[in-house]
Design a protein around this ligand. Structure first.
Ligand SMILES: [Mg+2]
Length: 394
């Protein structure tokens, strides 16, 4: 068993652990036929006690990598245990850049995550224990199903909740999935908040989906338009989910405080870190809103961090789970998370319970990280209006 190196003695003193180095690892994780421009960014923070922590940062990873490198001098020599203090120090250091949004938040996330990992390893306890202990030993999870055949395959593997996405033809898709898997499987639809979809069309789409009794209707409009999200929520009799594109607690504050949404989806890799996620979850809990963190852009380290958080929270709903989107997902970390009856097991090992495999990451050099616009999107809008939104039933 690892020796706990960090303790408070009878005089309230403790041996200092100091941060000595921060390393970043950027790799390609694009999905052919899907999000081809995706990269993942991992970090390691090293200490003078020989312990290092791992983290992951999303939110335009190539830019976030530069942000972390800029912030690194502010971390060297610091005590990694004081996560809140360091978060505030770095947040203030970015103030001169203005509202850094998801990039600044992504950088803070990767650093926060690695600090939690260090603390857990140093105290020889899982991160969920530091967050307040755990309520559950496994987390209900949902993968993505793009058609009825895939949905059935996932249900056969034990999953009891599935999400599908898009706008064009999504009603027909959810209809065929519901017919294939039956009434007992929970289904979700993610419209991905396309800026070309009008609020009225998002309402029309939501109304067409009402009969499928969804667990939630996600990002029906561009989530940065809070008033439009509120209009959809008022008009559609389905739980509304949003939050994946927002940075830290201020990003989702109005959505939560005005009770516009029913499910909040902060991204574990870019919402600001586990402390911010815990604060978001507390705000949500006070308003009867459930947590279903976003993972679509993330790699496997952030997924581990999410497990520790959701093990602790009273208002955990479900976790987004991608396991076979790209073959390298589980080549670049160890160990691989365990799935059982549609749930992911919460690790009991010290820290986050995961590490990156540097040699494997080196096989996937980072590529461009911006997707070209889909030329069909504007066309879909024009066609839908001229065709009286026929796409809803297509
Ligand atoms: Mg989404």
């Amino acid at each position: 068993m690892m020796r706990p190196v960090y303790f408070v003695n009878g005089k309230g003193q403790y041996p200092l652990v100091k941060i000595t180095e921060v390393k970043t690892y950027l790799m390609h994780a694009g999905r052919p036929g899907g999000w081809a421009a995706r990269n993942w960014l991992f970090i390691r923070i090293y200490t003078d006690e020989g312990i290092y922590g791992v983290g992951e940062a999303s939110g335009w990873p190539r830019v976030v990598q530069t942000a972390i490198q800029d912030l690194t001098p502010l971390l060297i020599g610091e005590d990694p245990f004081h996560i809140e203090k360091l978060w505030q120090k770095l947040y203030l250091a970015m103030m001169g850049h203005g509202m850094t949004g998801i990039v600044g938040s992504g950088a803070l996330t990767g650093i926060d995550m690695a600090l939690w990992d260090i603390k857990g390893k140093a105290l020889n306890t899982p991160v969920w224990n530091l967050l307040g202990g755990k309520i559950r030993d496994r987390i209900w999870a949902y993968p993505h199903a793009h058609n009825a055949e895939r949905a059935q395959e996932l249900v056969d593997r034990g999953f009891t909740a599935l999400k599908t996405g898009g706008v064009t033809g999504v009603v027909g898709k959810i209809d065929s999935i519901r017919k294939a898997v039956g009434p007992d499987i929970d289904l979700m639809v993610d419209a991905h908040g396309p800026p070309w979809l009008t609020t009225r069309d998002a309402i029309r789409l939501g109304k067409a989906l009402e009969e499928y009794d969804l667990l939630f209707y996600e990002d029906p409009v561009a989530p940065e338009d809070i008033e439009a999200t509120a209009r959809v929520a008022d008009a559609v009799d389905l739980p509304i989910a949003a939050g994946e594109r927002h940075a830290h607690m201020y990003g989702v504050r109005q959505l939560i405080e005005r009770e516009i949404i029913d499910v909040v989806q902060p991204d574990t890799g870019r919402a600001g870190g586990l402390l911010q996620m815990k604060k978001i979850a507390a705000m949500a809990e006070a308003h009867g809103i459930m947590m279903a963190p976003h993972s679509g852009s993330l790699g496997p380290v952030a997924a581990y961090a999410c497990l520790h958080l959701l093990a602790n929270l009273p208002n955990t709903l479900i976790m987004e789970h991608l396991e076979d989107d790209v073959p390298q997902r589980y080549e670049v970390v160890t160990p691989v998370p365990q799935v059982e009856d549609g749930h992911i097991l919460v690790p009991d090992t010290p820290g986050l319970g995961v590490d990156i495999v540097e040699e494997a990451i080196a096989h996937y050099p980072a590529q461009g990280n911006v997707s070209p616009p889909n030329p069909d999107q504007e066309y879909v809008y024009i066609q839908s209006r001229r065709g009286r939104a026929r796409w809803i039933k297509s």
